[in-house]
Design a protein around this ligand. Structure first.
Ligand code: NDP
Length: 516
């Protein structure tokens, strides 16, 4: 307590000093009588905290100075500065290598667990590798299906008419706003109808995918890696790089190119919505179809029905609100590097549908009543997730004058999805931060992340409580999304300065209302 009080007073009093002089002052402070009770390690820790805090305050003062002295141009310069700042995240190059290796290994591990170990944790042995080589080496059929799927989606994405929206101003490209053709909803229904027709006319049975899950997984992994390499190299060759650290491993992981496009066809938005979420739904549907083919509707596990509903809702939400995805962090900030590409092509479809595959292979215990209850809870979670996302995104669209009500076939349009009288605080940056709707009610800044975490829990519960691995996605996703929340918070604190503090006082909780 003493440390905190003295420390913060001290910080404010000495903020204007040069860092070197400040460090001398800190050393003197720590040697003073007030701090004799602290051990050397504790003193070192206090010193580190004070230096880091001073660094942040200096940075914030600089931003405010920039904005004051340069007006709108200052704001633009400042946005560009925040946007182009290179900070090693995810543990830098070493962290990137470890994440890339782990991401490959975990998929085969999960697959082996469902196939050979009833979904339990196990220690891999050499024969597991042989099993992978035998059952996960792609065949021409599976490769052909996937290539046809990707080409078909690219064709739909590039050719169908859609709802045109402008993205956020891109600080690194002179605040240019890219135009996006959001035709996901039409592609989605055409894809579903095509799959239905293929099934109906015996041209391709969806259950083939569940039968060849391992082979398909390898194809998706190879695609993820290959596309990442092509995009990384083309970013370098075409000189479209942005926010580069200079370390090839880290830059490959984070990406070289912010908005790779072929003409006006945006590859990042396309892959994010069409490749990852469509394949997610198709994989779960293939597990349902497999059980249906073997014994009719009654043979389908209640957990698989829950997952089918969950994955339909999620995929449908991504296409019905595609214009809202345009302003999300992945699109406006994150480059299209291995991290996004691999997870679009392989990570999301495989890791997120593993529970469906697990249920298909192990038939875990889950009563129909529990399945129905879970589906109802899922619908409530979905309602909050959908409306909290759309309240904020539509509010931002209204401010930019791009909001339009969507036609009837873009459904479900939920009540309270658009705020009639949104309340927001005006920032000196110029943007407004919404403080009403779910933000005001829950007083929580990332209530939509919490709902996403609850989805992960519900997807786990659909696979019963007999094993830990159905909760792998919950653990993985929670850490990923909380880390993203921290990154976003840091970015917004830099961008909005004192206004962000003001916003955080009005909407004080980060993730869990009333607690954190
Ligand atoms: P957010 O939707 O929270 O967007 C963050 C940005 O919104 C901030 O950087 C800021 O941008 C702006 N903002 C923050 N608070 C406010 C406010 N009160 N009013 C107005 N603008 C605000 O994050 P994401 O884009 O990461 O996530 C969108 C959804 O996608 C979430 O539901 C998330 O769970 C989901 N998601 C799911 C994934 C999955 O794999 N299942 C992966 C990633 C996301 P600015 O600087 O422009 O003001």
């Amino acid at each position: 307590m003493i440390v905190e009080e003295k420390g913060w007073d001290f910080l404010v009093d000495n903020m204007d000093l040069q860092t070197q002089c400040f460090e001398i002052e800190v050393n003197l402070l720590l040697e003073s009588r007030a701090f004799t009770c602290l051990s050397d390690d504790q003193k070192e820790a206090v010193k580190r905290i004070l230096l880091e805090a001073k660094d942040k305050l200096d940075h914030r003062a600089k931003i405010e100075q920039d904005i004051k002295s340069n007006g709108t141009q200052g704001k633009k310069n400042h946005d560009a500065k925040v946007d182009s700042e290179v900070v090693y995240e995810f543990g830098g190059p070493i962290g990137a290598v470890l994440i890339m290796l782990f991401s490959h290994a975990i998929m085969y591990y999960l697959w082996l667990s469902a196939i050979k170990h009833n979904g339990a944790l196990f220690i891999p042995v050499y024969s597991d590798l042989q099993h992978i080589v035998h059952d996960c080496t792609p065949t021409a059929d599976i490769l052909g299906f996937y290539v046809a799927f990707v080409i078909f989606q690219a064709f739909l994405g590039a050719s169908l008419p859609g709802f045109r929206v402008s993205g956020l101003p891109i600080p690194s490209e002179n605040n240019q706003m890219l135009s996006y053709n959001c035709n996901g909803i039409v592609s989605w229904w055409i894809t579903l109808l095509t799959l239905f027709a293929l099934e109906y006319y015996d041209a391709f049975h969806l259950s083939t995918l569940a039968d060849n899950y391992g082979k398909l997984m390898t194809v998706m992994i190879l695609f993820g890696d290959l596309v990442s390499i092509v995009i990384y190299v083309s970013g370098l060759v075409l000189r479209r790089t942005h926010r580069m650290s200079g370390n090839h491993i880290y830059d490959f992981f984070m990406g070289s190119w912010l908005n790779p496009r072929i003409g006006s066809f945006d590859l990042k938005l396309w892959a994010e919505v069409r490749v990852s979420w469509f394949t997610l739904f198709i994989l779960t549907l293939s597990c349902v179809m497999k059980q249906y083919d073997e014994g009719g509707l009654a043979n389908v596990h209640p957990g698989l029905w829950v997952l089918l509903l969950a994955h339909w809702l999620y995929t449908n939400a991504c296409v019905k609100g595609e214009e809202c995805i345009v302003t999300t962090w992945d699109i406006f900030y994150e480059k299209w590097g291995w991290m996004l590409i691999f997870w679009n092509f392989a990570g999301v479809p495989i890791v997120y549908t593993w529970n469906s595959f697990y249920i298909l292979n192990t038939n875990p215990t889950l009563s129909t009543e529990c399945g129905i209850l879970l589906a109802l809870v899922l619908l409530v979670t979905y309602y909050i997730w959908d409306t909290s996302n759309s309240q904020k995104n539509r509010f931002r669209m209204q401010l930019r004058g791009t909001y339009q009500q969507r036609p009837w076939y873009v459904f479900p349009q939920l009540p309270w999805g658009t705020l009639e009288k949104p309340v927001a605080i005006k920032t000196r940056h110029g943007n407004r931060l919404l403080v009403s709707g779910w933000y005001g009610l829950s007083k929580t800044r990332k209530i939509h992340y919490l709902m996403d975490i609850l989805f992960a829990l519900e997807w786990g519960l659909a696979a019963g409580v007999g094993n830990l691995l159905p909760y792998f996605y919950l653990i993985f996703f929670s850490s990923f999304i909380m880390h993203r929340g921290v990154r976003d918070n840091e970015r917004c604190a830099k961008k909005y300065g004192k206004d962000w503090d003001r916003y955080c006082r009005i909407v004080p909780y980060i993730l869990i209302p009333g607690i954190w």
